[in-house]
Write a protein that binds this ligand. Structure first.
Ligand code: ARG
Length: 460
């Protein structure tokens, strides 16, 4: 038994205890970070005269060998190793000998180690997720660029609302995802503090400099408070939220892709590479990537809420409950690393039936607001204008025609202010072009938005 704590015990743990306690099956992915932490820790021990220069050199050489053996798979954890830290101390002692290998643990605890390594792993993961999200935004922007003037039905309550540009709609998803990228970057500022040197909870008595270790490991600063450093996991909950939010945003795009590719809508067709078939129904082309995004977003939300529940009643400082913080985060990152490239590919290769979308754009009397706003421009108060436009919808609906098909007499009967000129706004192009305030759906405004978004994606 290579336990780090066996001396005060007469016997080893029961088998079921060891099984319950073990975490190497998931925390082994932290091994390279653990070794980086050990290198930094060896250097502060040397600076504090707790290792001679020769010992430091031999320690670093042994850690290099260990790192290579971990990378090649020559060194792996055994069942008896409780966690990644224990396994790697065993590996170090096997390489450096018990005398030198046994010196490294001075002034550190697995509590400050794990809090530091988890931050390091998450900071790297956040960079990978950021680049995956940017690829999805890039695909949305490219589709918007390819369809600068295509119209579609804009919806609220999933009912026809007002015509909008397809590019405008796609960029709305892009904006949401870019905010997630901002969130990841903002999170990193708070995650970039190092708990190393906090010890078990109270700090170190050996004259070790936490700032030096922090700098060595790429952190901006050491934690201000060693109790907080070892006990807090809000950095994990915060990024779990951002990852869940990314999942939710991907799910919303996906839901639309699922609707658009139905036989009833036929607004879009998926490329064969991003669809799947049915084992029984030969005609099927299923949007499984989009459905998996929708499904996995539930899982990412679960990872966030599970972690919050784990944290909520824990007294300070470290409790073993905190070992439960890692799997939800590893899972959320892994799921997004599967999902993001697939969604980028799916979106980049969708073919839109822009003719069909444009034809559907005025359906459901989606130009009624344009009638009301035309009347307002003629000096009619909006309350009356809204009533008159509603009257036009009632007449057109009763006759089974579009607003533009009403006769001059029918318009005049609804309101004398409704002269035949009202037809000038009863086209999809006219309606879209008229919404030309900043952020609106007019082609020039969307082109400007596209350019700003494109610039953000390229500098990112
Ligand atoms: N494996 C633990 C975790 O993930 C770290 C070890 C701390 N163990 C302890 N008995 N203090 O949180």
């Amino acid at each position: 038994m290579s336990s780090l704590w066996g001396a005060r015990f007469a016997g080893g743990p029961a088998d079921a205890m060891a099984l319950l306690s073990a975490s190497t099956h998931f925390d082994w992915r932290l091994a390279p970070y653990d070794i980086a932490g050990s290198r930094a820790h060896a250097r502060v021990l040397h600076r504090a005269d707790l290792l001679t220069t020769d010992e430091l050199d031999r320690m670093l050489a042994a850690l290099d060998t260990l790192a290579a053996d971990v990378a090649s798979g020559a060194f792996t954890p055994t069942l008896a190793d409780e966690d990644v830290h224990t396994a790697l101390e065993r590996g170090l002692i096997e390489r450096a000998g018990p005398e030198l290998g046994g010196k490294l643990r001075a002034g550190r605890s697995r509590n400050d180690q794990i809090a530091t390594l988890f931050r390091m792993w998450l900071r790297d993961a956040a960079r990978r997720v950021t680049s995956g999200v940017l690829d999805v935004v890039d695909a949305l922007v490219a589709q918007a660029e390819a369809h600068p003037t295509a119209a579609m039905p804009g919806r609220t309550h999933l009912q026809a609302a007002q015509p909008v540009l397809l590019a405008h709609h796609l960029l709305a998803h892009g904006q949401a995802l870019l905010r997630d990228v901002d969130r990841l970057r903002d999170w990193d500022k708070r995650a970039a503090v190092s708990p190393y040197g906090s010890g078990a909870l109270a700090g170190s008595s050996l004259g070790l400099d936490p700032a030096a270790v922090a700098a060595d490991l790429g952190f901006d600063a050491p934690v201000e408070n060693s109790i907080d450093g070892t006990a807090s996991r809000d950095f994990a909950a915060e990024i779990a939220f951002v990852l869940a939010m990314i999942g939710v945003n991907l799910s919303r795009v996906s839901e639309e892709v699922i609707i658009w590719t139905t036989a009833e809508f036929r607004f879009a067709v998926l490329d064969d590479a991003w669809a799947t078939g049915s084992s029984i129904m030969p005609q099927k082309k299923n949007p499984d990537a989009a459905e998996l995004a929708r499904g996995k977003s539930g899982r990412l939300i679960g990872n966030l809420t599970g972690l919050l529940a784990t944290l909520k009643a824990q007294p300070l400082a470290y409790n073993r409950d905190l070992q439960e913080d890692k799997e939800p985060l590893f899972d959320s990152v892994e799921q997004l690393e599967l999902l993001l490239p697939a969604l980028a590919g799916m979106i980049a290769t969708i073919t839109f039936d822009t003719e069909r979308m444009a034809k559907a754009a005025p359906a459901g009397f989606s130009l009624a607001t344009d009638v009301a706003e035309w009347l307002v421009r003629q000096g009619v108060p909006f309350r009356l204008a809204h009533e008159a436009a509603g009257g036009c919808v009632r007449v057109a609906e009763g006759r089974g025609v579009d607003l533009v098909d009403l006769t001059d007499e029918e318009f005049a009967a609804v309101s004398p202010a409704l002269t035949p000129e009202v037809r000038s706004v009863l086209t999809v192009e006219g309606s879209i072009a008229s919404r030309d305030a900043y952020g609106g759906t007019a082609p020039d405004r969307v082109a400007e938005q596209l350019k700003r978004l494109r610039d953000k994606v390229s500098v990112a």
